[in-house]
Design a binder for this molecule. Structure first.
Ligand code: COA
Length: 435
């Protein structure tokens, strides 16, 4: 059948589309700023029609009404990531958190979590009958490929990005609805973030390829890269800060050893400025997460520098990034994918950067992680830890030396108590001449 005929025949209203969701189904929702909010809202409006629908989502940027109190009978939330909108649901039992490396999420659709319905956002079709997933290809691509039913919100405001287009016949129902793409405002950058940014930037060399996590710190790093040359991007995601460096001629992707000349990412979070930059931009490759984040693929980029953040680091270098004690506040995301990928990269470096304290009150460098805290990046994987007070290079260092280096970048108010813990833990008499 001609693709135009197929597309026309498969256009339905949102109400009709969500009527194809059945009680007990597993529904995978398009990720982050690619969430098909109109479809999600319509599904929630029909909550009374469903029992026990499992919602699988990662970074949830929408209203997340499916996990609000009162929805328990209709929806169960299964989260690969926990954010501001879903923390309460996960920690008060209205949802479950699934520990998973981001690059392995698509694989779960073929093993433990087969997909009944994928609900995604797409652009209108191009001349050849392909739609683009725009700002979110990540796990959306495999969800579409493996789902029994695919419902797509066709949004003419979604930027058309290249890399992995979807032929219209892979989609079961199309719901046309124009709406602005979810935006993430640039974070506020204060003096602490600036100092961290400067320290991280001192570890970046001309020609490096960067992975940047979410938040104020990666953005602050970008501000201090203006003097560098020929940087490249191979990152799970990127945001507006990258556009400034492209305009300043700093990011050229010329020196990349994998996908030279191209920005490589699997999702994007930013403002309309970023979305306009990527729209029909042949230099931007939006690809599935099982390629972009696979540590072996990451490692094919020489001089790959990854920059992510965390909640706590203990004196041996164990990094807790996703929980405060046993309370799940975030997820693994691509942190470990890129820490390990950077370790496989010739000349690669991985950086975990964080403010030395929580609002000046509590040290983030601690003798022991809080009881119940999850180790996200192990002390065997960790490379550089950076705070506003400096850089601690931990890889290849003894536990004793790691502790010394970490104390030297802790907030001065906490160094004495950390030193007292160090003295208890590493008594001199066992070391002799090597102390
Ligand atoms: N003790 C107590 N509370 C702490 C804390 C600590 N050691 N560290 C952070 N917090 C609190 C903050 O005060 C804040 O609370 P609030 O929301 O009530 O203000 C909350 O935890 C979030 O911390 P914040 O530092 O504001 O978060 P951030 O936006 O800078 O993100 C991470 C930091 C670690 C949560 C984030 O980088 C992350 O999710 N990392 C793991 C995933 C990852 O790296 N993915 C790769 C890139 S996508």
């Amino acid at each position: 059948m001609d693709w135009r005929t197929y597309f026309e025949q498969r256009k339905v209203s949102a109400d009709e589309a969500v009527s194809h969701i059945n009680s007990g189904d597993r529904v995978v929702i398009g990720h982050a700023c690619g969430e098909p909010s109109y479809l999600v809202d319509t599904m929630v409006a029909h909550a009374e029609d469903y029992e026990n629908v499992e919602i699988v989502h990662m970074v949830a940027m929408g209203k997340c009404e499916y996990c609000k109190p009162g929805m328990e009978k209709h929806f169960r939330h299964h989260a690969f990531f926990v954010g501001g909108n879903t923390r309460d649901a996960i920690n008060s039992g209205r949802g479950n958190f699934i520990p998973c490396f981001f690059y392995q999420v698509p694989e779960t659709f073929h093993t433990t979590m087969p997909v009944d319905v994928a609900m995604v956002s797409v652009t209108p079709p191009d001349e050849d009958g392909n739609v683009s997933l725009g700002v979110s290809v990540d796990y959306d691509y495999e969800a579409i490929m493996s789902a029994k039913t695919v419902i797509a919100q066709v949004n003419d405001q979604m930027p058309f990005t290249y890399g992995k287009l979807i032929p219209v016949d892979k989609i079961t129902y199309f719901v046309e609805h124009s709406s602005p793409i979810i935006e993430l405002a640039p974070p506020k950058i204060g003096p602490v973030e600036e100092a961290i940014g400067k320290n991280c930037a001192s570890l970046v060399k001309d020609g490096d390829t960067l992975q940047l996590g979410i938040g104020a710190i990666p953005d602050a790093v970008l501000m201090f890269l203006r003097e560098k040359k020929d940087l490249g991007i191979h990152s799970e995601m990127f945001s507006d800060g990258v556009v400034d460096l492209v305009e300043a001629g700093v990011i050229t992707n010329k020196k990349k050893t994998l996908n030279p000349g191209k920005f490589v990412a699997n999702f994007l979070m930013g403002t309309k400025r970023l979305y306009d930059f990527v729209d029909h931009n042949p230099d931007v490759l939006m690809l599935p997460v099982d390629y972009v984040n696979h540590p072996v693929v990451v490692g094919h980029n020489d001089n790959l520098v990854s920059i992510n953040s965390c909640v706590q680091v203990d004196l041996t270098g164990q990094v807790a990034s996703e929980s405060i004690g046993s309370k799940q506040i975030s997820g693994i995301g691509g942190q470990v994918d890129f820490v390990r990928g950077a370790a496989l990269s010739n000349g690669g470096r991985s950086i975990i950067a964080m403010p030395s304290t929580v609002k000046g009150k509590v040290s983030k460098i601690v003798p022991l992680l809080d009881e119940g805290a999850t180790v996200t990046t192990s002390r065997t994987d960790v490379d550089y830890i950076v705070t506003e007070y400096g850089i601690a290079h931990l890889k290849g260092q003894s536990l004793r030396e790691r502790a010394r280096r970490l104390i030297s970048i802790a907030h001065p108010d906490f160094r004495e108590s950390l030193q007292a813990e160090y003295d208890k833990r590493f008594p001199q008499q066992f070391i002799g001449e090597y102390a």
